[in-house]
Design a protein. Structure first.
Length: 131
C-alpha cells in the first residue's frame, strides 16, 4: 500500500491552540511549529514590533519554555516539533537545547548567531551536564 508523501503540520500561534491541543486531530498531523512571537504577543501582551523590548522580555522567559515543554509532552514520538524564533534570543535558545524539539526556525540574517548559541549551550551540557 502506497502512502502519501504529503505531511500536514499545525502552527501553534495562539494560546487556544496550546490549551486545546488534545481537541485537534493529532494522529493526522506530522508536526507542529511553535510560533514564539505570536504566543508572546497574545499571552504576555509584549509587542514584537519593538525588537529590543521584545528581546528583553523573552530572554529567559520560563513561561514560553514551559509552554513549549507542555506541548512536547502531549505529542507522540511520531510528531515533530519546531520552534519559530524568527529573530535570535540566546536565552530562549539556551532553554530550548534541553527541550524535546526537532528544530529551531530563525531568519537567515541570524543563522550564524543561532548556531553559535546552540553550539555553546550543547558544549556546556556535554562538559558540565547542565540542562
Amino acid at each position: 500500500k502506497k502512502t502519501s508523501d504529503i505531511e500536514v503540520w499545525m502552527e501553534l500561534s495562539t494560546p487556544e491552540n496550546i490549551l486545546n491541543l488534545s481537541e485537534y486531530p493529532l494522529k493526522k498531523l506530522s508536526g507542529f511549529v511553535f510560533n514564539v512571537k505570536s504566543i508572546c504577543n497574545l499571552s504576555l501582551g509584549i509587542d514584537s514590533i519593538s525588537t529590543s523590548t521584545f528581546s528583553k522580555h523573552i530572554e529567559n522567559n520560563s513561561f514560553i519554555l514551559n509552554m513549549i515543554k507542555s506541548v512536547s509532552k502531549k505529542l507522540t514520538k511520531n510528531h515533530k516539533l519546531l520552534v519559530d524564533l524568527t529573530d535570535i534570543s540566546s536565552g530562549i535558545i539556551n532553554g530550548l537545547t534541553s527541550q524535546n524539539i526537532d528544530g529551531i526556525i530563525v531568519n537567515p540574517q541570524v543563522t550564524a548567531t543561532a548556531k553559535k548559541c546552540i553550539i555553546n549551550e550543547e558544549e556546556k551540557q556535554i562538559l558540565y551536564g547542565k540542562n
